[in-house]
Each structure stands twice: as C-alpha cells, then as structure tokens.
Ligand binder design. Structure first.
Ligand code: ADP
Length: 674
C-alpha cells in the first residue's frame, strides 16, 4: 500500500486526524504524569521519615504525613509555618544555611527542633538545594529523622554503663577493704586464741571473751557487707556440684547446737527420709541461708525450742522440690515489720541493735540468695510467740555419692606430726607470729621457717628441706601463685611438696587461682586453728610424710595428765584419791575396747553411751582436748553425723588415754608407797 499523499482535498482531514492523535497522546501523557505523581505522593506519605520542600526563605511548601506528625502541627497550620519557627537554637539554622550554600547539601546534620506543643526533639537532617533549570536556587528539600528515642537510649546506656562501672568499683573497693580489715582481725583473733592458752585471771578471761566476741561480730559484719555488695553487683557466682543435703544440714545443726544449749534452748532437727541423697547445687549457699536463719532463731529465742525441718515436697523428672523450715519460740516480729523484714538494714525494733547486735543484712542476703537459686521464702510470726521462716528450692537429683562432709571437723584433736619442717610464707609480721604460735601450740616439736616473699620461699627451698609450705597469696616481689608455679616446674622432688594457700575469702575466684597454680588445698583467713591443723595433717598424710621418721610420739604427746581437778574433787583426801584412780585404771581399758567394738559394729547408740560415760573420767584426768573429742563423738553418734570422722577421733582418744593410764598408775604407785 502506498503512503497517503497530501492533497488539497485530504489535508484538512489528515490534519484533524493528526491533531486528534496528538491530543489523545498528550492526554495519556498527562494522565500518566498524574498517576506517577500520585504514586510518588502516596509513597512519600507512607514514609516514616519526614520529607519536606521549603522555599528559599524557609516557608514549608510540601511535606508528607511524617513531617506533620513529627512537628505536631495540622496540615493547614503547616502551610503558614516557617522552618525558623521550629528551630530551638537559631544559630543551628544559620550554620545549616551556610553549609548548604557552600556544599549544596547537608548530610545527617544534628539539630534540636521544637514541636507545636513545645516538646523538644532530637533530629538528623539530610537536605539539598532545589534548583530551577537555569541553576537558580528555588528552595530546599530534605529528610528529617527523629532520633530522640535513640538519643535517650544512648543516654540510658551511658548511665547504665556508668552505674555498672560504679557498682564494679564499689564491689572491688569493698572486696579490697574487707581484705585489708580481715588481716588485722585475723591477728586479733589469733592472738586472743593464744592468750587463752596462758594462765589468766577470771577478769582477764572475761575481757578476752569480750574481745573475742567483738572480733567475731566484726568479721561477720564484714562477710555480710561483702556478700551483700557482691550480690548487688551481680558478682556472686553460684556453684553447681553434687552434695548431700542431709549431711550439710546435719553438720550445720550439730555445730550450732552448742550455742543453743548455752542459752538453754533445744535445737531439734527433723529430716525427711525421702530427701534425695545426692543433688546438684550450691551447698555453701544453702549452708549460708540456714546458718543465718538458725542463728537468728537462737539469737531471738530465750526459752523453748527451735525446730529445723527439711522435707521433700515433690519430684518432677529429675528435679526435687525441697522444703526447709526454721521455727522458734522466740520474741517474734511485730506485724507491721513482717512486710519488709527481708529488706536490707531492716530490724524489727529500733532497739534490736542495742540489745541483740546485728545489722539487718542477714535476711536481705538470705532473700537474695534464695532468689538467685530460683526459690521462694516466707515468714510467719506472732509477737511474743515465735517466728517461722519457710523456704523452698528446687534441686536437680544426681547419682553421685557425695558423702564427704562439707565442713571439716573443727573441734577434734589432730595426731602429732613430730618434727615436721614447715615453711610459712607470709609478708605480714603479725600473721607470721600468730600462725607459727598457733601451730607450735598444737605441735610443740614442729620446726617452722618464715619467708616474707615468694622469692624467699624459693631461696629457702634451695638451702633446706621442707615437708610442707603454707603460702599466702598476696606477697611483695613474687606472689604465692607465681612461687607455686615455679616450684611445680622444678625437676626434682621439691616439685611435689604439699602447698596449702592462705586465701582471703574476699577476692572472688582466688581459690580457683590457687588450685590452678598447683596448690593442694587452701584455708581462708582468719584461720580456724583446728582446721589449719587438720589441713596440714591431711596434706602430710597425702604426700606420704613419714610420721615415724619425724619422731612422732604416740599421738597428742603434749596432752598430759593434769590431776588438779581430781585433787580439788578429793580435797586432797589421799584414800579417796587412790580409790578414784583405781576406778579409772580398772574401767578405762574396757571402755576403750568398747569404743573400738561399737565403732566396728556401727553400734552408734552403744558408742554414744560409752563416750558419754567416759567424759567424767577424762575430765578428772584433766585431758581437756580428749574431753572435747569425746563430746563430738557423742554428738556424732547421737545424730548419726560425721560418722566417717569417728575412726580417727576414737583412735586419738585411745592413744591419749592409754598413755594417760600409765601416768595414773605411776601416781597410784606413788600414793600407795607414800
Ligand atoms: P540482724 O539479725 O543482723 O539484725 P537480719 O536481717 O538477720 O539482721 O534480721 C533482721 C531483723 O529481723 C532482726 O534484727 C530482727 O529484728 C528480726 N528477726 C529476724 N529473725 C528473727 C527471729 N527468728 N525472731 C525474731 N525476730 C527476728
């Protein structure tokens, strides 16, 4: 087909057709334009960032919904609004203006804007110039982002960081402080212990008791403050290990019974048969909770009884829910104080401190520990009738056999270690004296050398032989950890010498560090003398120390018969005295045999009866340590606690009594020949 030709006839028609096509096309373009503008506008409307166009003098020309919402004006009000009215600081706008004119754009410019209601908001503005085709500035276009929330979050985070840091400093400060305070208290308690061994008048004993009590209270206070601050700073780590709830509670109750008995108050323990023998958890913290509750019960009870009950409530899968109850017949807590008794520094009465001492931290610690263990505690109390603290904790049941007691014995005597060569490393002169005197008192033949730094320890090891080292951790020049590591790296037999650390309970993780450095055991300051002796003895046994070669005499050689008491009782009546000596000589050997027999047969009631009976003759013989040992045997047998420690205790009693019987025989011979 040929192309149409313009002719005079067809021109108007073609033109019309062309025009109409053009017209239709431009309509379409216009519609498309409108559509795209609509799309663009609705997109803008949906954006959460505020987008705006202004004139050169700052009048808002176009803006999306986010801008309206950001500034808080209505759309109509926005039409009359000038950017200048929204700036909090006019100079911000001047600077903005200078920058955009020189760089043609501004990116993330931080300003503070004021909303219609006066509220101030932090914003980031990214803006550029709007030019006409000739390059003439027509106004500005930009995006405003509201960062008020982000700024607040940042400020909060900063404050939180600062607070956490402050808390960390506080915890560290308290840890260091209490370490520093412990050192002199350690010295006081040690010296008091030594003074007690010397001849004293009644008045002096009384004064010494007062010093002892105050030092104990001070120590308790420091422990409480430290624990509390550690929990507050989130620094208290819970342990997770297998233990036997029954053993922990029985041991605790038996160590506290003396205190209750002293006040004439009964302390009764009831542990449900169903309590699982082995659970995973933190035995020390459970001990701490119960210790606090039972101490309070004893403290605030003057007559009647305290009952401690432990029961299994439920087992779900491998979790056992345990119930603990400490009930007393004491002074009770006023109803209006019951609500906040678990808050820190809270005491039920204003005069509590004056009458009973204390700080009001104990229950706060108990509550926090129980919270950490995901348990719950409650209290019931009636003024004048008594109080009852009940708590529940879940434990995971384990299959281990943790029958080792939590706490070592503290009262029993420890066999003699003869001429054991001990190296004490401690930079503190008073500690050096206290520790060595305590040990010399227990073991008169012990040979002690002192080193004040880790370096000195190494030098001494080079020049002499030792059987054991007691090592302080913090020492100048070279600390105990480095010294231990150096010793363990030696290539001769010295590398295996037993090392027991003195740790300051204050510093978290110190025990782990000691053990990691290669130490064998640790003892916390202030040192409990019997425990220190026990640990030394155990380590010597473990290391294969040759007791015979070191001139060990048949156990407790320094415990000699003292007939002073017998003389008083018999009022120097020689006949009566001889009679009594004869009775002791006749009966004691049989009793010693019975001790052994009952132990072997696990006849605890029989054992308790013999131990009880023997107490009076041992008292007549003046064997004070043996008397104490018999008391602990009697309690162990009665309560079936610490049974695994009975054998060494009975052994000690037998050795001591046999050597005492020889002295009694001599004494009787003397009497009969005179
Ligand atoms: P502290 O005994 O050191 O003052 P606690 O936090 O252990 O601190 O106890 C807070 C207070 O609660 C005590 O001062 C006492 O008033 C009261 N309280 C605690 N236990 C008992 C109890 N068993 N009987 C009576 N009052 C108690």
């Amino acid at each position: 087909m040929q192309a149409e030709q313009f002719t005079d006839q067809n021109f108007p028609e073609l033109l019309r057709e062309l025009l109409s096509k053009y017209y239709l096309h431009s309509k379409e373009v216009e519609r498309e334009l409108q559509e795209s503008e609509l799309k663009f506008k609705s997109l803008l409307e949906q954006l959460t960032d505020a987008i705006y166009f202004t004139s050169v003098d700052g009048q808002f020309l176009e803006y999306n919904r986010a801008t309206v919402e950001l500034l808080g004006y209505t759309r109509e009000e926005m039409q009359d609004l000038n950017v200048a009215q929204t700036y909090v600081q006019p100079e911000d706008r001047i600077r903005f203006h200078e920058r955009i004119m020189s760089d043609k754009e501004v990116v993330d410019y931080e300003i503070k804007l004021r909303k219609k209601n006066g509220e101030l908001i932090d914003c980031l503005v990214t803006a550029s110039l709007r030019m006409d085709p000739d390059g003439k500035v027509q106004g500005y276009q930009g995006i405003i982002r509201d960062i008020t929330f982000r700024k607040k979050a940042e400020a909060l985070q900063r404050a939180k960081d600062l607070a956490e840091q402050a808390n960390k400093f506080k915890a560290e400060f308290l840890a260091n402080m209490s370490h520093e305070i412990r050192t002199p208290i350690n010295a006081i308690i040690g010296m008091v212990h030594l003074l007690h061994q010397t001849p004293l008048s009644e008045k002096q004993i009384e004064y010494l008791h007062a010093i002892d009590n105050s030092a104990d209270n001070l120590l308790q206070l420091i422990n409480d403050i430290l624990d509390f601050s550690k929990i507050e700073a989130g620094k208290l780590q819970l342990e997770e290990k297998s233990f036997n709830i029954r053993i922990v509670i029985e041991q605790l109750v038996s160590t506290m019974r003396f205190k209750a008995t002293e006040k004439g108050v009964d302390l009764v323990l009831q542990i449900d048969e169903n309590v699982p023998p082995s659970v995973a958890g933190d035995p020390l913290r459970l001990n701490q909770i119960m210790l606090n509750l039972i101490s309070n019960a004893i403290k605030f009870t003057h007559t009647g009884a305290i009952s401690v009950t432990v029961k299994l409530i439920d087992i779900l899968d491998d979790r056992a829910r345990m119930y603990f109850n400490v009930r007393d017949t004491g002074i009770g807590i006023p109803p209006d104080r019951l609500g906040n008794i678990f808050e820190s520094f809270t005491q039920a009465n204003l005069d509590t401190t004056r009458i009973y001492g204390g700080t009001g931290l104990g229950l706060a610690i108990v509550k926090k520990l129980i919270d950490m263990l995901n348990g719950a505690i409650m209290v019931k109390s009636k003024l004048g009738e008594g109080s009852e603290f009940i708590f529940e904790i879940d434990f995971t049941i384990t299959r281990d056999n943790p029958d080792l007691p939590l706490m070592e014995i503290t009262e029993a005597s420890v066999p003699d270690i003869g001429k054991c060569r001990l190296l004490i490393a401690d930079d503190h002169p008073i500690n050096q004296v206290v520790t060595s005197e305590l040990l010399r008192h227990a073991w008169p033949d012990i040979q002690i050398e002192i080193a004040a730094t880790g370096k000195e320890v190494l030098e001494k090891l080079d020049s002499a032989q030792f059987d054991m080292i007691l090592m302080d951790v913090q020492m100048p020049e070279m600390n105990g950890l480095d010294a231990t590591r150096t010793i363990r790296a030696l290539t001769d037999s010295r590398a295996n010498i037993p090392i027991v650390a003195f740790t300051a309970y204050a510093t978290t993780g110190e025990v782990e560090k000691c053990l990691q450095a290669g130490m064998d055991d640790y003892i916390s300051k202030p040192v409990v003398p019997a425990l220190l002796c026990r640990k030394i003895y155990d380590q010597l046994v473990r290391s294969g120390y040759d007791f015979d070669a070191h001139g060990q005499q048949s156990g407790l050689a320094h415990q000699t018969v003292d007939l002073h008491y017998l003389n008083i009782m018999t009022a120097d009546d020689q006949v009566l005295k001889a009679k009594m000596l004869q009775i002791m000589l006749d009966e004691t050997p049989g009793e010693l045999e019975l001790l052994e027999k009952h132990l072997e047969a696990a006849n605890w009631d029989g054992l308790r009866a013999v131990a009880h009976k023997m107490k009076s003759s041992v008292e007549f013989m003046g064997l004070k340590d043996t008397l104490d040992t018999l008391k602990t045997i009697e309690i162990s047998a009665k309560e079936r606690t610490g049974l695994d420690l009975l054998a060494p205790k009975i052994n000690t009693v037998i050795l001591t009594c046999r050597s005492a019987l020889n002295s009694l025989r001599n004494e009787l011979d003397k009497l009969q020949t005179s």
